[in-house]
Design a protein around this ligand. Sequence first.
Ligand code: GLY
Ligand code: MN
Ligand code: MN
Length: 441
Amino acid sequence: MYHFNYQVYQERREIFLSKLNGKAAIIPGANLVQHHSDCEYPFRQNSDFWYLTGFDEPNAIALFLSHKSKGEKFILFVNPKEVNSEVWNGFRWGVEGAENIFKAEKAHSVDKFDELLPSYLEGTEEIVFAVGKNPIIEKIILETWANQLQNSSRIGFAPNSIKSPSIYLNDMRILKSNYEIERMREAVQISAEAHELARNNISQKNNERQVQGLIEGFFLEKGARGPAYNSIVASGDNACVLHYTSNNSELKQGDLLLVDAGCSLNDYYNGDITRTFPINGKFSGEQRAIYEIILEAQKHAINNVVPGVSTNYIHMQALKILINGLKEIHLLSGDTDGIIETGSYRHLYMHKTGHWLGLDVHDVGAYRLGDYEVPLESGMILTVEPGIYISDRLAVPKGQPEIDQRWKGIGIRIEDDVLVRNEVPEVLSKAALKEISDLEI
Ligand code: GLY
Ligand code: MN
Ligand code: MN
């Protein structure tokens, strides 16, 4: 269960401010997004803003002023308290709450942002702000900056560049603290239990949407905010559409069901798990053959989640097993290295084997920097999610075997969430079973 503890955020701010080393960072929170008419999507805070503040209201902006003295470094602009708005849309912490609870050293109403920004930037040499994401705030910042540049000879200073906050924040967010690892354990455990619930109740369901309802209802029952991303509940050939989210086909006996779903907790930590199982509890020969290849590839890849190797190395470990397995059943042919080099497996496996996982489902952090592949470190969390998708959507590359009809419509992915440890990797999602003997009845 999440309880706001300001110290978690204060510690992060201290590290961020020391990395800023004289720069002024402006990190806007998220705004509400219109769904239709005067209805909005559920509010989703910006992850960087959340990471540094724990403040969960729309329209807020945080300043981190490492060039200022103690007591003037963390500033919040927030929606002010306002009876009418609160009657219609709910409680606001207001300026006082921002200071007293969220420990802003100074807070203001957000409509004072353009008026107060120039003096807060005074004395900094560089601005830190993510350009291209928030046009309204960006316009205010650029106008303020342009003004200061124009008048620098008179006022005696002007920032000389804008840098991206990701330079500082990604390195922090990619390495999960012990506190975050516990939060991730909870997110992933709830997600895994939802997968078990779905499989154990599949005989009572006859449409993908009902499975989605069961899973997402479980997330809410467990106190999560809801799904971390649009749940994918894809039966039969639908599973070959990687981001299938219409989730409204009838479940057919003899088909597989691919479920890619994870919850988002109140503090936005996310699970991301995929399981694929036979709707009637029995794999066909073809389904079993493909499943076994992917399971072997996935387990081997997970065993290689150790400090020092790159995500690309893990991908290559999985890829080689997938290709060799597909060669054995004559869905690919030729030399494995040659197939990798020419990409002539991509009609069957068209994505990478995983991604960082955290406050964002595809979490921040580089996988490579130029030719340098970022090595895994203890405390990182990533998904390992090989799959095979056999359909007519993509043409068979020249030189590769045509695919017999009996394989078509098989789409399988197995996705776990894995914590890098110095000793052995820890599969956070192990409560979601994946052995064939677990999935058959
Ligand atoms: N559910 C999104 C992904 O697996 O990357
Ligand atoms: Mn994933
Ligand atoms: Mn997924």
